[in-house]
Ligand binder design. Structure first.
Ligand SMILES: NC(=O)c1ccc[n+]([C@@H]2O[C@H](COP(=O)([O-])OP(=O)(O)OC[C@H]3O[C@@H](n4cnc5c(N)ncnc54)[C@H](OP(=O)(O)O)[C@@H]3O)[C@@H](O)[C@H]2O)c1
Length: 297
């Protein structure tokens, strides 16, 4: 079993790069070693290594900036993904790819299932949806894991921003009307490894999209409060306490890109395949928070 990993220094890519070599021969490329928009380089990387599984974590993830960098967002999240899907089909490799709740408009009042109709409300979501569509029409064996609010110990993310602000400012406002859950790169990695082990045992999960988030429901405000509470319990020097974090609405915090109010994803389809139970978001996030606060102690 050979695995080709792309985007190996992102939040998710870095965690996969630590774990995948423990289960199979893995060739990992960071952005600087392989730009996935360089079609010839991608074809060469795939045809020379002949992977059984291509794991693509490379993505344009700057949601607000994508509104003005539409061509670049589509080049990375859609056109490059089309090439990966074509090459996977040609080589008979599986393509494991990651997508987002931002393919939905957030107008549904219950969690989104894999068969709900997408309707992105920002460029990032539309570019990720276009990437998904190239995969599903390519005839390659594939797993698309749709996840939300990825927060881990690597790279820039919401938790690091909140902690930094909480050490500097005595007031902090966080959105409380967008519903979803944070998802750790560790959880996404564990699910990816479970799926790869199934491929290895010739018991591959059916090709398609799978929602991949921990259980429960939360808001950005609750995630921020949970993080600062853990920081307080661990004596991180802070300028604000968890209970002082103000709850604001999306309408009070305007951003270039619109965000869905409902980011909840239904995970029954994934749970039917998994060899382990999905954790509750607070357990999943607490492990990340414990790592992130170390940088601020
Ligand atoms: N972050 C979230 O909240 C979130 C939520 C839902 C779904 N997702 C999806 O989950 C996956 C992983 O996200 P993440 O949080 O790990 O993202 P991330 O931390 O932004 O990592 C993305 C990686 O892709 C690399 N990259 C960007 N353009 C590239 C290119 N042209 N060629 C090769 N590599 C390139 C980046 O490298 P540089 O930094 O060097 O440019 C970075 O290492 C993505 O598919 C994302 O869409 C993320």
């Amino acid at each position: 079993m050979k695995i080709l990993l792309l985007g190996a220094n992102g939040q998710l890519g870095a965690e996969l790069n630590r774990q995948l070599p423990l289960i199979a021969e893995t060739k990992a490329y960071t952005h600087s070693k392989l730009d996935i928009t360089d079609t010839q380089a991608v074809i060469e990387a795939i045809s020379s290594f002949e992977p059984n599984v291509i794991v693509n974590t490379a993505a344009y993830t700057a949601v607000d900036k994508a509104e003005e960098e539409k061509a670049l967002a589509y080049a990375i999240n859609s056109d490059a993904v089309a090439v990966l899907a074509q090459q996977a089909a040609k080589q008979g490799a599986w393509l494991i790819h990651y997508s987002t709740d931002y393919i939905f408009d957030g107008g549904k009042t219950t969690p989104y299932t894999e068969i709900d109709t997408p309707n992105p409300i920002n460029v990032y979501g539309a570019s990720k949806l276009a990437g998904e569509e190239f995969i599903t029409t390519s005839n390659c064996n594939h797993l698309i894991f749709r996840t939300t609010w990825v927060i881990g110990k690597d790279g820039k993310n919401f938790a690091k921003t909140i902690l930094r602000l909480a050490t500097q400012q005595d007031s902090l406002s966080v959105i409380s009307d967008q519903y979803g859950v944070p998802t750790s790169p560790s959880l996404i990695t564990n699910v990816t490894i479970d799926a790869i082990k199934a491929i290895k045992k010739q018991r591959a999960w059916p090709s398609g999209a799978y929602n991949l988030v921990p259980l429960g429901i939360s808001t950005w405000h609750e995630v921020a409060q949970t993080l600062i509470t853990i920081a307080e319990e661990n004596s991180v020097p802070l300028a604000i306490s968890a209970t002082d974090i103000l709850a604001i609405t999306t309408a009070e915090y305007l951003t270039p890109a619109k965000r869905p109010l409902n980011s909840r994803l239904e995970t029954q389809k994934l749970s039917r395949q998994l060899s382990f139970h999905l954790p509750n978001w607070k357990d999943d996030f607490s492990a990340v928070a414990a790592e992130v606060i170390k940088e601020f102690k």
